[in-house]
Ligand binder design. Structure first.
Ligand SMILES: O=C[C@H](O)COP(=O)(O)O
Length: 249
């Protein structure tokens, strides 16, 4: 069975609520494509207005992060049940910016993965190496560890439903997209890693995105690779260009 592509925008810390609504209105007609899952991952404060603005369209809404508890004294955090109640379907977990700036560990991300599934959210779990790691030749050792710990204790059915985003840190926001060969090579090895941990059927079903300076010029080649099932798009998801990325063919 062919895997349905999933093309998600990660707005990061951009767009006030009023700007967010305007952006959804602008993008609505441009991102129509029923052949792919289209997801807008938006800042927490934008979730409610974006869900409202996206009603009746093919746009699904995602969060950029969440905490692994349901409620309590965790000032500033957002819980999975809050996201679900607000209409969120996806949640980005373990983005390299969360790992790098906010000290998130693989163990934290694993707890969040479990909580996401408990609440019916689809996690988009990010992994990816730094330039230093690539140059040292430890890219796959590092990513395998991120994937193995991130998925620890999840069932094969949960793993099948998850999304992995391969995002080399050196390609994020730098304009340096990984070559299609580099992106495909790592995505295929991530799929092999899932096959080792689970089985071939799980590996064949899980969707693996590429992220890192994806734009309207690079999307078609990247998404045509055998193991790349779409993209997690930062900067270009804030522009009309995102419509071309969604309609990459
Ligand atoms: O989550 C998205 C990635 O960090 C990629 O961001 P970018 O497309 O701006 O490089």
């Amino acid at each position: 069975m062919a895997r349905k592509k999933i093309i998600a925008g990660n707005w990061k810390m951009n767009m006030t609520p009023s700007e967010a609504v305007k952006l959804v209105e602008t993008l609505k007609p441009l991102v129509k494509n029923d052949e792919v899952d289209v997801v807008f991952c938006v800042p927490a404060i934008d979730i409610v207005p974006v869900v409202e603005a996206a009603k009746g369209t093919n746009i699904q809404v995602g969060a950029e992060n969440m905490y692994f508890e349901e409620k309590g004294a965790y000032t500033g955090e957002i819980s999975p049940n809050m996201l679900v109640d607000a209409g969120v379907k996806y949640v980005v977990l373990g983005h390299s910016e969360r790992r790098g700036y906010f000290g998130e560990t693989d163990a934290d991300i694993n707890k969040k993965m479990h909580k996401a599934f408990e609440h019916g959210l689809t996690p988009i779990m990010c992994c990816g190496e730094s330039l230093e790691q690539r140059e040292q030749g430890v890219t796959m050792d590092f990513i395998r560890q991120q994937v193995k710990i991130g998925f620890q204790g999840l069932t094969a059915d949960q793993a099948k439903a998850a999304v992995i985003a391969y995002e080399p840190i050196w390609a994020i926001g730098t304009g340096k997209t990984a070559t299609t060969e580099q992106a495909q090579e790592v995505c295929s090895k991530i799929r092999e890693c899932i096959a080792e941990v689970y089985d071939d059927a799980t590996a064949a079903e899980i969707r693996i995105q590429y992220g890192g300076s994806v734009n309207s010029k690079t999307a078609a080649d990247l998404f045509a690779q055998a193991d790349i099932d779409g993209g997690l798009v930062g900067g270009a998801s804030l522009k009309e260009e995102f419509g071309q990325i969604v309609n990459y063919k």
